[in-house]
Write a new protein. Structure first.
Length: 375
């Protein structure tokens, strides 16, 4: 045994006393059914009351199990500890947590046949030194994880609909191939994800700051008169785009928001921030199971939720009665899902001093449902 490995074992063993200092399962709350299932499938033990690394010898002798809690005391993550917090910050906690959680689920399986079944169920492939699990000498996930040096070299590749995690150590290579769909990576079903998003919307604070992109004429195409367009991407249907319309005022280009152009103005509200500071959304959140709670939030605060991980697309039409209808899609940059909202308003409300726009919000939708929702 190397000095490095001995030191890791010594440190993690020192906190195993939490077996007898923790709390029973009946007193624990969980952020999702998946987390609850993984914790309840652990060997009999009292659970920690705060973020912890614990060696569970019946499961893994040389790798700790990590427990993470939120501010309310719920367990929000459990898995085989394979990444430092620094690595999670660089690679992304979403994927690191999924990998740790998935390896724990594999280690909890009673035999190789059950592991193979679990890999098939989730369309995941696991290779060690180019051998698929169950072939050659690769017959035990626990042995391979226990032998892995920490920290090992790690690379995460995300391409199209699949991801690949690669660990390299002492001439060995462990590879995990997994599909990029929300339920697997986030570890929640639609009902849980809808509930979590509603809580997030209900808790957001007023967001007034606006960091609008500076635009020069070189990035714009003339549209008509004094209006220019910055061409964006299209999403599934031609009309759904991230095109932004600008007007030239003096020597500057600002996002168009003018009563003579209501459709472009309403569209721009969801793709820019400079005209949304006093706009509120009265949202009917159409959740799983026909549950429809309502919440009113500032527009900019709402958009900020999706700023980092989603691409926003919008399309606005003027209806026969003169009212305006906008469809807005927040498409996740990596995972195969989206959120969509439908906004209906009048010109008078849109250009009032403090508009309140009524919104139907559909969350955590598979991408291929878009055309059905637009019918």
């Amino acid at each position: 045994m190397t000095i490095k490995r001995f030191f890791i074992l010594l440190c993690t063993s020192c906190i195993s006393f939490m077996y007898i200092m923790g709390m029973p399962h009946d007193d624990v709350q969980y952020s999702s059914r998946k987390i609850k299932q993984l914790v309840e499938n652990l060997p009999d033990m009292n659970l920690p009351r705060k973020d912890s690394l614990i060696i569970i010898p019946q499961l893994l002798k040389e790798k700790a199990i990590t427990f993470k809690f939120d501010g309310t005391g719920k367990i929000v993550h459990v898995g085989v500890s394979l990444f430092s917090q620094e690595t999670k910050h660089i690679v992304g906690s979403l994927f690191c947590d999924f990998i740790e959680r998935f390896f724990l689920e594999l280690c909890e399986q009673p035999d190789a046949a059950s592991i193979k079944s679990k890999l098939t169920e989730f369309d995941v492939k696991l290779r060690f030194n180019n051998s698929e699990f169950g072939s050659g000498s690769f017959q035990s996930v626990r042995i391979v994880l226990g032998d892995m040096d920490m920290p090992a070299g790690f690379v995460l590749n995300l391409q199209d609909k699949y991801g690949q995690g690669i660990w390299s150590y002492r001439g060995n290579t462990l590879e995990l191939f997994f599909p990029l769909y929300r339920e697997l990576i986030e570890g929640t079903d639609k009902k849980e994800s809808d509930e979590q998003l509603y809580i997030q919307m209900s808790d957001i604070k007023h967001f007034q700051d606006c960091d609008e992109e500076t635009i020069t004429q070189g990035g714009l195409k003339p549209y008509q008169n004094n209006i220019f367009v910055k061409k964006g991407e299209r999403f599934q249907v031609q009309a759904m785009s991230s095109d932004i319309y600008y007007q030239k005022i003096g020597n500057e280009f600002t996002p168009l928001f003018e009563e003579n152009h209501p459709a472009f103005s309403l569209n721009n509200l969801f793709l820019t921030c400079s005209n949304g500071g006093y706009v509120k959304l009265k949202i009917t959140h159409r959740q799983y199971g026909h549950f429809t709670p309502e919440v009113t939030v500032p527009l900019l605060s709402f958009l900020e939720i999706f700023h980092d991980d989603f691409i926003t697309f919008a399309h606005t039409a003027v209806l026969n009665d003169g009212s305006l209808e906008t469809f807005v899609v927040f498409n996740h940059k990596i995972l195969n899902y989206m959120h969509m909202m439908r906004v209906k308003t009048s010109r008078e409300e849109l250009f009032s001093s403090e508009p309140v726009l009524k919104v139907d919000f559909y969350s955590n939708i598979p991408q291929h449902y878009l055309k059905t929702l637009l019918q």
